[in-house]
Design a protein around this ligand. Structure first.
Ligand SMILES: Cc1ncc(COP(=O)(O)O)c(C=O)c1O
Length: 424
């Protein structure tokens, strides 16, 4: 398969309008060569401009000390505003609906403080079975903190008939059956394990019909798929920026609050000084006046170095365009799926547990090894492919349109074939 597929990949790469973005990233090296990096679903690569963005803030601090808050090209006091225009495009929202702050789980707790207010029998939170552990812990502890019982108030929806993923109909039916007992639906945009991309609009609509809120964890969706949070009427969404958004390990998180809740100053929330009217922030008069946008959910002043790193990558997203990236991403992932399904060596050894409909997935394919174990993953690592492993037997692999090529996909599948053949 390799020669023919490689020729096809070379043709696709040579006509790819986004191909040059690859040169703007640092690739981990193995034996003096770039690794085949297919792990942007876990930690995105470092843009070459990141250093300069961070250095510029270190310089500002060195040269101006505390005055850096109010001087220079990007004064720190309003630094969070620098990412808004790019983020708004990436998640399909208004600039007044998005802010970069804290980290994902912290933002989830802040959002639940506002959107999980159990009253009487309306006390349940619906999540998917197999949710990311941090999300599970967060909703579990939130229910406990509200005096509820996670045994009865935390509902985990499992796919019927042993399927690997949930259909939108199943999710909507569950929401309808929970009816006025449901307080909050908390779903992923893209599921971390299966790679399934959920229908945010239908989930939000169904939740609203029964009087519940709908919030989304976009860790694996942001910068990966096309999102329309405002028009889809999500109440809130949270994300991290170290995966597809390439902002570095532990990088600043993100929050979307729909404008209808932002401008309602009586939406309950936890407050801190950075969410308070910025004109009156330093009057120190203890009169809480939340900013009537998502900014009203900020607690603390901005982590400048982490945010600077975020801006370096967002500049690349602005240049490439999220819609163009998605278009290339669909082609990369489709090619990988096709090569695996048509490979004599792989077709009876690997089950792709990610939906085959390209509109129900992002970049990632989750490959379930039917007859082999972690040694296959180790072979890939030893042969210069970086990807990740999830228990019990899944290799997650994500070709990322900003820096992966079609040749990366072909080379990966070829090394995977070798790994499986090698096992005998
Ligand atoms: C789906 C999902 N949710 C939550 C988290 C936790 O993120 P953080 O450590 O930024 O709170 C992660 C981290 O990888 C994740 O993948």
């Amino acid at each position: 398969m390799k020669e023919e597929a490689l020729q096809r990949a070379k043709t696709l790469d040579s006509s790819d309008p986004l191909a040059a973005f690859r040169t703007q990233f640092h690739f981990p090296q193995r034996d003096g060569k770039d690794c085949i990096y297919l792990c942007g679903n876990s930690l995105g690569l470092q843009p070459k401009t990141t250093q300069e963005f961070i250095d510029s803030e270190l310089r500002q601090w060195r040269e101006h000390g505390v005055e850096g808050h109010f001087t220079g090209e990007k004064p720190w006091v309003s630094y969070h505003k620098n990412s808004k225009a790019s983020l708004a495009k990436i998640v399909g929202a208004g600039e007044h609906e998005v802010v970069a702050m804290n980290n994902l789980t912290t933002n989830l707790h802040l959002a639940m403080a506002s959107f999980y207010q159990p009253k009487g029998k309306r006390s349940k939170i619906l999540i998917e079975r197999g949710a990311f552990p941090s999300d599970f812990y967060a909703v579990h502890s939130r229910i406990e903190l509200s005096g509820g019982n996670p045994e009865t108030d935390l509902i985990e929806l499992e796919a019927a008939d042993g399927s690997d993923y949930l259909s939108t109909n199943e999710i909507v039916a569950k929401i309808e059956s929970l009816g006025d007992k449901l307080a909050l639906v908390m779903f992923p945009g893209v599921q971390y394990y299966t790679g399934q991309f959920f229908d945010i609009k239908s989930i939000a609509e169904a939740a609203h019909k029964v009087g519940a809120y709908a919030g989304f964890d976009l860790a694996h969706a942001v910068g990966n798929v096309s999102l329309n949070l405002h028009n889809d009427d999500a109440d809130f969404a949270v994300w991290c920026t170290y995966k597809y958004l390439n902002s570095g390990p532990g990088g600043v998180g993100g929050l979307f609050i729909h404008e209808k809740h932002g401008k309602n100053k009586s939406t309950p929330r936890l407050s801190g000084w950075w969410g308070h009217d910025s004109e009156a922030r330093f009057k120190m008069n203890n009169q809480i006046n939340p900013i009537p946008t998502v900014d009203g959910w900020q607690l603390s002043n901005v982590n400048i170095l982490s945010h600077a790193s975020h801006l370096a990558s967002l500049q690349l997203f602005d240049e490439a365009g999220i819609e163009n990236l998605r278009e290339k991403s669909l082609k990369l992932t489709d090619l990988m799926e096709e090569l695996i399904l048509n490979s004599e060596a792989l077709k009876n050894q690997i089950k792709i547990i990610t939906p085959s409909n390209q509109h129900e997935r992002g970049a990632q394919l989750s490959l379930y090894l039917m007859n082999h174990g972690k040694s296959v993953f180790q072979y890939l690592i030893d042969h210069g492919v970086i990807l990740d492993w999830r228990e019990p037997n899944v290799i997650r692999v994500a070709p990322v349109p900003l820096y992966n090529s079609f040749q990366d996909v072909v080379n990966f599948v070829s090394i995977l074939e070798e790994a499986i053949r090698n096992e005998g």
